[in-house]
Ligand binder design. Structure first.
Ligand code: DGP
Length: 126
């Protein structure tokens, strides 16, 4: 695996404080903020603070502490939004795009948490 992280991407600028964001949660290794182009009433992006391009890059190279923090942060955002089925919420979708076929626009790992309306099926049939 070979990934070259480009620190000129928009989320790197958000992490450096060069661009404003609507923060939902900040932890030692992760930041969650509202998507500027929301696709649902709740649309939050969760990113690691470290320089990882996409999920498999993160899974291979992040420390256990970063991975634990990131996973917990995603759960904490779901809890804060009160959308988890276990909390009586109506549910949510978690997705992370990677590369060309995944239509990843920003080359810094991010998970989308989308909720607040019926989301339909995950993918269109072929
Ligand atoms: P993806 O295709 O998975 O790389 O989606 C990138 C998302 O990032 C897209 O839903 C819009 C969002 N986005 C792009 N630029 C900004 C920004 O400057 N601020 C915020 N909050 N979100 C952004």
């Amino acid at each position: 695996m070979a990934y070259a992280y480009d620190d000129k991407n928009i989320f790197a600028k958000i992490l450096r404080g060069e661009i404003p964001n609507t923060t939902v949660l900040e932890t030692e290794h992760s930041l969650a903020f509202r998507d500027i182009n929301a696709q649902a009433p709740d649309h939050v992006l969760v990113i690691p603070k470290g320089p990882y391009v996409c999920f498999d890059h993160f899974a291979a190279e992040a420390s256990d502490a970063e991975i634990a923090d990131y996973t917990r942060a995603i759960g904490q955002v779901v809890a804060a939004l009160k959308v988890g089925p276990g909390d009586g919420g109506d549910g949510y979708r978690l997705l992370s795009n990677a590369g060309k076929d995944g239509v990843q626009e920003v080359p810094h790992l991010h998970v989308h948490i989308v909720a607040g309306r019926p989301l339909g099926r995950m993918l269109q049939p072929l």
